[in-house]
Design a protein around this ligand. Structure first.
Ligand SMILES: Nc1ncnc2c1ncn2[C@@H]1O[C@H](COP(=O)(O)OP(=O)(O)OP(=O)(O)O)[C@@H](O)[C@H]1O
Ligand SMILES: [Mg+2]
Length: 257
């Protein structure tokens, strides 16, 4: 095996309700972005909850880099092996500056060293570089509470990047954004995977957003009722009868041609 993520027969039961049922998913180490779509309640966020140790599976296996059993680990231990997650709503500290938010994020995670001075220096450098990468260099001294919704989302992603994630899980990062902010988010995600070896797993409802990301050749996985309904190129999954069926009642896959 040479997989980044190996999920086999994953099942999650909430008092008998199966939020995930025998879900199988493989993300290869060479993949840069995997898109995860599906109707409301399909189990997308629950999958992220399992991958980050917030929900324990009732059955199944979750292996990271072939050998690391995520299902047996705490959220903290999972973050330390490089699986880092952004929740659906932004959670920055509005009363602190953008730079301070980055410092707080870096401080609570991996920056553990006895060489305090060296640590402070590398932390500072890493923060400056990451803010620049996310287009926030000019906002470093501003209170996070004064940022636009889009900028808050980008700051939160920047706070996660300081950890140098191997697998970055983004749950609807473009929700509530304007179209220009969404375009910017796509460019930033492409920048992240171009400049690092991180793989980004991305949950998104906006089909125009999905289409633009998938155009770069990234695979799409469609979840429905807790299991994988279809997988492959966006063209392939959109042409899949089962996918069209699952989205019936909502017309079609939103924005589909
Ligand atoms: N803690 C919980 N207790 C009980 N049921 C839950 C819990 N978390 C999720 N569920 C249920 O599991 C199902 C899957 O939810 P999940 O949040 O994973 O869906 P989703 O695909 O992320 O949907 P959305 O697109 O609306 O965010 C839903 O029916 C939801 O109500
Ligand atoms: Mg969700």
């Amino acid at each position: 095996m040479d997989t980044l993520l190996y999920v086999e027969n994953l099942t999650v039961s909430f008092e008998g309700f199966l939020a995930l049922r025998n879900l199988n998913l493989i993300v290869e180490r060479t993949e840069r972005v995997r898109l995860l779509i599906g109707p409301n309640g399909a189990g997308k966020t629950t999958l992220f909850d399992v991958l980050t140790g917030h929900v324990a599976p009732s059955a199944g296996r979750v292996l990271f880099r072939d050998t690391v059993n995520l299902a047996a680990m705490s959220p903290h231990a999972i973050a330390n092996v490089g699986v880092i997650r952004k929740f659906q709503t932004p959670s920055v500290f509005p009363g602190h500056t953008v730079f301070e938010n980055m410092l707080l994020s870096a401080g609570r995670k991996r920056f553990v060293s006895t060489l305090a001075a060296w640590r402070a220096f590398t932390r500072h450098e890493a923060i400056v570089a990451t803010l620049a990468q996310m287009g926030l260099a000019g906002r470093a001294g501003d209170l996070a509470g004064t940022l636009s919704h889009g900028e808050k989302q980008w700051l939160e992603i920047a706070m996660l990047l300081v950890d140098d994630p191997t697998l970055l899980l983004l749950d609807e990062p473009a929700a509530g954004m304007t179209r220009p902010e969404k375009e910017r988010t796509i460019a930033l995600i492409e920048g992240i995977v171009a400049r690092s070896s991180s793989c980004v797993m991305l949950i998104e409802h906006d089909m125009e957003f999905v289409r633009q990301v998938a155009r770069r050749g990234h695979r799409v996985t469609v979840l429905h009722e807790g299991t994988v309904l279809s997988e492959g190129s966006l063209d392939r999954v959109q042409a899949d009868e089962r996918v069209i069926e699952a989205y019936l009642g909502r017309g079609k896959v939103r924005g589909a041609a």
